[in-house]
Design a protein around this ligand. Structure first.
Ligand SMILES: CC(C)[C@H](C(=O)O)[C@@H](O)C(=O)O
Ligand code: SF4
Length: 441
């Protein structure tokens, strides 16, 4: 028998069986997560499974967040929030409230997830935890409600596609550009029910906030999970973030694919050849080099989401906007991914830079990402977002359009009021910004 992929090892370990892709397992989960939209439905299933006085499989490893409609944007949302608060209090689960941030950011920031964990979340971007070397996957509320009671869930062990990138990323090219490129290459269904393993020297050199971007968007090609294997960087991140070393040795072979593992295929890239990417409406798979869409008119810029709403993302945009104003024809909506990110923006002056530049900075959460509130698009609106999805109607009207890009591309485009190649205003050459603007006008 050949070696194993990360997913095969992970699901072998959690099921206590020696399994390969295609096998079905009952696996023990480490962490269960739900939020203000999916939680209340999961609670119904939980009550049906356990009876009304049922207990959680592990209250300290069950986490709820209020993030999608936070603060409440209507009575239904407010009632859902209360249902979540009551259930969490009654069952002793962790519960994060309005302003604490997006589930995926909160779970990693607060140390609820570590390498080697099997995490199920009632949200499709639960693949994000793969950035830490965990197997994170999204499940429906019914599955989650059952898993909250039993502590296990069935899985089909996924096949794996591997994306290997070697070399140094060029200026103004980020993990977001890499993952948009991957999605463009394999298509939005290219990894359906597969794990995506991200590897190579470029990926190994990525800081954790960038690894999360790769893992997060695995679902945009249908991925069951997106994995960056853990290493010393992972351990350092967790210690800095949570004050604790990971409970598992990051070098444990159980957390690393075997060299002779079997893949569906391996896609190889040279980092130097990758240009900033933009996904055009209305599918993340429509990734093109930014040059192809430069000059496209936009109405709104959105910086935020579980993909690119971290402090480092905010910092990149603020570096571009410092001392400048956003173009008069656009509006800019900024939504930090967590309360901690908000706090850091406040302490470092990034928030002031945004406000001075004319942006609207809102409370931490999902913001307009899924079209609920805080910047919903009208019929004719065109938005350039650091988000992960741009399906029809995603951020509002079915007639609106959303382009996806990195924070650097969104920052540069804010200055010019149209889609702009970020290499024209690279932050390390910040003094040239005025020059570049002059050359343009
Ligand atoms: C509301 C929720 C179920 C949904 C998801 O699972 O992805 C949301 O987070 C999204 O991004 O569309
Ligand atoms: S930020 Fe967007 S993609 Fe992420 S969980 Fe919230 S709605 Fe979903």
């Amino acid at each position: 028998m050949t070696g194993k992929t990360f997913a095969e090892k992970q699901l072998s370990g959690k099921s206590g069986r020696d399994v390969h892709a295609g096998d079905y397992v009952e696996a023990e989960i480490d962490v269960a997560m739900a939020h203000d939209i999916t939680g209340p439905l999961a609670f119904q299933t939980f009550d049906e499974v356990t009876g009304s006085d049922g207990a959680l499989f592990a209250p300290d490893r069950t986490v709820f967040t209020i993030d999608h409609h936070a603060p409440a944007d209507g009575v239904q949302a407010a009632n859902n929030h209360n249902a979540l608060r009551e259930f969490a209090a009654e069952h002793g689960a962790h519960q994060y409230d309005v302003g604490d941030g997006i589930c995926h950011q909160v779970l990693v920031e607060e140390g609820h997830v570590g390498p080697g964990d099997l995490v199920v979340g009632a949200d499709s971007h639960s693949t994000t935890y793969g950035g830490l070397g965990a197997f994170g996957t999204g499940v429906g509320s019914t599955d989650l409600g059952t898993a909250m009671a039993t502590g296990d869930l069935w899985f089909r062990v996924p096949e794996t596609r591997r994306f290997e990138v070697e070399g140094d990323l060029p200026e103004a090219v980020y993990a977001k550009d890499l993952v948009l490129k991957f999605i463009g290459d394999v298509g939005f269904a290219g990894c359906t029910y597969m794990a995506a393993e991200y590897a190579g020297s470029t990926v190994a050199a990525l800081p954790l906030h960038e690894r999360f971007v790769l893992a997060n968007m695995a679902i945009e090609m249908g991925g069951k999970a997106g994995i960056v294997e853990p290493d010393e960087r992972t351990a350092r991140y967790l210690e800095a973030q949570t004050g604790r070393a990971p409970s598992t040795d990051v070098d444990d072979p159980a957390l690393h694919a075997d060299p002779d593992a079997e893949y569906v295929d391996v896609h190889t890239y040279r980092a130097e050849e990758i240009a900033p990417q933009v996904s055009t409406p209305s599918n993340p798979e429509n990734a093109v080099d930014v040059g192809k869409v430069e000059g496209t008119e936009i109405d709104q810029l959105f910086v935020g989401t579980c993909t690119n709403g971290r402090f480092e993302d905010m910092q990149v945009v603020a570096d571009v906007l410092e001392g400048e104003e956003i173009a008069p024809n656009v509006r800019m909506v900024v939504v930090p991914a967590s309360g901690a990110v908000y706090q850091q923006m406040l302490e470092t002056g990034v928030l002031t830079t945004f406000v001075d530049a004319g942006a609207v900075v809102q409370s931490a959460g999902c913001g307009p990402c899924a079209g609920y509130h805080q910047g919903v698009l009208g019929d004719s609106d065109v938005c350039l977002a650091t988000a992960n999805r741009n399906f029809p109607g995603r951020e509002g009207s079915m007639k609106s359009s959303v382009y996806l890009a990195s924070p650097a591309t969104v920052g540069a485009s804010a200055l010019y009021g149209e889609i702009t190649d970020p290499r024209r205003v690279d932050t390390s050459r910040y003094d040239d910004v005025a020059l570049a603007k002059g050359a343009r006008s």
